[in-house]
Design a protein around this ligand. Structure first.
Ligand SMILES: [Zn+2]
Length: 236
């Protein structure tokens, strides 16, 4: 079953003013804008999301997968506070892989229309640090244990525990899709661990999901079905 995890990181300013190259990247988005945008039509900012350093979930990307991840983020919509009932406010595009504190991170850009009635409110919320982080949901196939290279849900190693001087973490392997992103308030990211999606499991709801328990990194989780996904609660 495909797993969903979130990348989280701070919103950051552009190092240069938006340029024509930004417009070129926006024009080649999947489902591109219907009108020819100019630089006067959009605001652009960036966000530094997770990379090849171990994140708060105990997971990390392989450096070689970062390019693919950035490519997958290209075109993802951004919501506010993960509220899927409200329309998206911005869209991720382009960006780069950048070094930060000894690691490599994906830094996608995002744009939103200047002439939207709420555009200035969003700009102020972002630029004054009220909305301070972005999180992007992605799917991956396997959480590979850094100690034994098996699926960490099946091995005996525990995330964060020391094994002969090596602290256990896992790799996000088989990264497949980037879903929607969200702008969130600092600390709002719940960090509830993995979400398993029924939709991504091929459309057919898995059987007996309401009684499913899973072991992830030595902890036991109960799967709680919700509208489109299943929330895992740590019960160990
Ligand atoms: Zn292991």
């Amino acid at each position: 079953m495909m797993m969903i995890q979130t990348l989280a990181g701070p919103l950051i300013a552009l190092s240069n003013a938006p340029a024509k190259s930004d417009l070129d990247e926006i024009r080649v988005l999947p489902n591109p804008p219907l009108v020819k945008l100019t630089l006067d039509d959009i605001h652009v900012r960036r966000c530094r999301l997770a990379g090849d350093r171990v994140d708060a979930h105990g997971g990390c990307f392989r450096t070689a997968d970062l390019d693919k991840l950035l490519r997958l983020a290209h075109g993802a919509p951004a919501l506010i506070g993960h509220d899927r009932r409200s329309p998206a406010v911005a869209r991720f595009f382009g960006g780069s892989i950048e070094s930060f504190q000894g690691g490599r991170y994906i830094v996608p850009k995002f744009y939103w229309p200047r002439h939207h009635s709420a555009a200035e409110d969003l700009r102020w919320q972002i630029d004054t640090g009220i909305l301070s982080e972005a999180s992007l949901a992605f799917t991956f196939e396997q959480a590979t244990c850094s100690i034994c290279s098996r699926d960490i849900r099946e091995c005996e190693h525990e995330i964060g525990k020391d094994y002969d001087g090596k602290v256990c973490f896992y790799y996000y392997d088989g990264v497949e899709r980037v879903l929607e992103g969200s702008f969130v308030y600092r600390g709002a990211e719940p960090g509830t661990g993995f979400l398993h999606s029924r939709i991504l499991a091929g459309g057919a709801p898995a059987k007996r999901l309401d009684t499913l328990t899973l072991k992830i990194g030595g902890r036991i989780y109960h799967a709680l079905p919700s509208e489109n996904e299943i929330l895992l609660r740590n019960i160990s």
